[in-house]
Design a protein around this ligand. Structure first.
Ligand SMILES: Nc1ncnc2c1ncn2[C@@H]1O[C@H](COP(=O)(O)OP(=O)(O)OP(=O)(O)O)[C@@H](O)[C@H]1O
Length: 353
């Protein structure tokens, strides 16, 4: 992948920003109940217990923290929680809460039993985090009015409500905030069989005929992620309608996925760009994530949250104390011969740069 690629040219179907059409499409395919949710059996069972127990006691359930990579169903599960509790869902996100006052305004509008979904909760400002964990613990916050010696704290009572927090980086949440969540679910990547079922379910909802081998093919190239499975299905549907008779068989699915440069393992252009830069530009590393992101003309977060977890999972990339390193398997996947000892420096480090 070339170094001079411009961000705007980089149309990775995986990294593409969700436009209004994409959002409408995603919403149409969202499971509405825990029973409709495919995969994540353990989380489903645990969450069902939390919700059923709360309903039986006529109490609001404990606060719930959902963590895991993007597109695995955190928003979907938050919506399901509200639906199963027959409670209104209020949606906000960490980046939208930069001041404690932003959160106080949201909390002052909360009604008893509401589910408050805070996406990207790790991106809230520190003062807002502190206000939130007070609210979660005591259903009360002190709103500070004024500045300096004249400032006064006005207590604000909040009716019992449930926070559902979603994060791709649970490790970034301060301990006191993490501790306020009575139930934490770590979402894992989906198995190919689950993705196959998700593709078939979505195809049914879209009235699209997809053969069994085609749905399995799409599922297996979806890098363990339902959002990507649905996105690929959408691209395959385009292909089937324009270049075939509108139905999706194995040949149509393969041709469409090849056209969109999603390889048999599910690597897309961004993944390959990262591996390519790592091997060709930096001799296989170690190299810092920021440098790697610059080399592929992407934001650090995009590389860190979309490409890296998948590449680590495939055993193509290792995080080491000195930076990211390509493994021998990565060199092989690119059709390159690995230098001796490639990828041998594999001491894991959680937050290596
Ligand atoms: N278990 C599942 N079964 C069926 N479809 C699913 C499942 N999980 C997610 N999906 C589908 O995948 C898409 C993405 O899910 P969702 O928006 O909930 O992910 P997310 O984890 O909240 O992502 P992000 O953190 O990026 O917002 C939705 O269209 C949803 O319908």
């Amino acid at each position: 992948m070339s170094m001079d690629m411009e961000g705007s040219d980089f149309e990775s179907i995986i990294a593409e920003a969700a436009g209004p059409q994409e959002t409408a499409f995603e919403n149409a395919l969202r499971p509405r109940t825990l029973d409709e949710l495919i995969g994540q059996e353990r989380v489903r069972e645990q969450l069902a217990l939390v919700l059923d127990a709360a309903v039986a006691r006529d109490r609001t359930p404990d606060h719930v923290l959902l963590s895991g990579p993007p597109g695995l169903g955190k928003t979907t599960i938050a919506m399901i929680i509200a639906h199963q509790l027959s409670a209104p869902l209020r949606l906000t996100s960490g980046p939208a809460i930069q001041h404690a006052g932003d959160l106080a305004a949201i909390l002052s509008g909360v009604n008893e039993g509401d589910v408050l979904f805070i996406d990207e909760i790790h991106r809230m400002s520190r003062p807002a985090e502190e206000l939130l964990y007070m609210a979660m613990e005591d259903f009360r916050v002190d709103v500070v009015v004024g500045k300096g010696p004249g400032a006064t704290a006005i207590p604000l009572q909040i009716p019992p409500f449930t926070v559902v927090g979603a994060t791709t980086r649970a490790g970034l949440l301060p301990g006191p905030l993490r501790d306020r969540f009575g139930f934490t679910a770590q979402l894992d990547y989906y198995e190919p069989a689950d993705l196959d079922r998700i593709v078939r379910r979505s195809a049914d909802l879209l009235d699209l005929q997809v053969s069994a081998d085609a749905s399995a093919e799409i599922g297996s190239r979806s890098r363990g992620t339902p959002r990507i499975a649905n996105r690929l299905l959408r691209r395959v549907r385009d292909y089937a309608e324009v270049r075939a008779d509108g139905t999706v068989d194995h040949a149509v699915a393969r041709a469409a996925l090849d056209l969109y440069e999603v390889d048999h393992l599910g690597l897309d252009r961004l993944d390959r760009a990262v591996l390519d830069a790592l091997c060709r530009n930096f001799g296989g590393g170690p190299v810092g994530i920021t440098t790697l992101a610059v080399a592929v003309a992407e934001e650090r977060e995009t590389v860190e949250e979309l490409a890296e977890p998948f590449l680590v999972r495939l055993g193509f990339l290792a995080r080491t104390p000195r930076g990211r390193v390509a493994t021998a398997a990565a060199w092989r996947h690119l059709g390159l011969s690995a230098p001796p000892g490639a990828g041998s420096e594999q001491l894991p480090l959680e937050d290596a740069d």
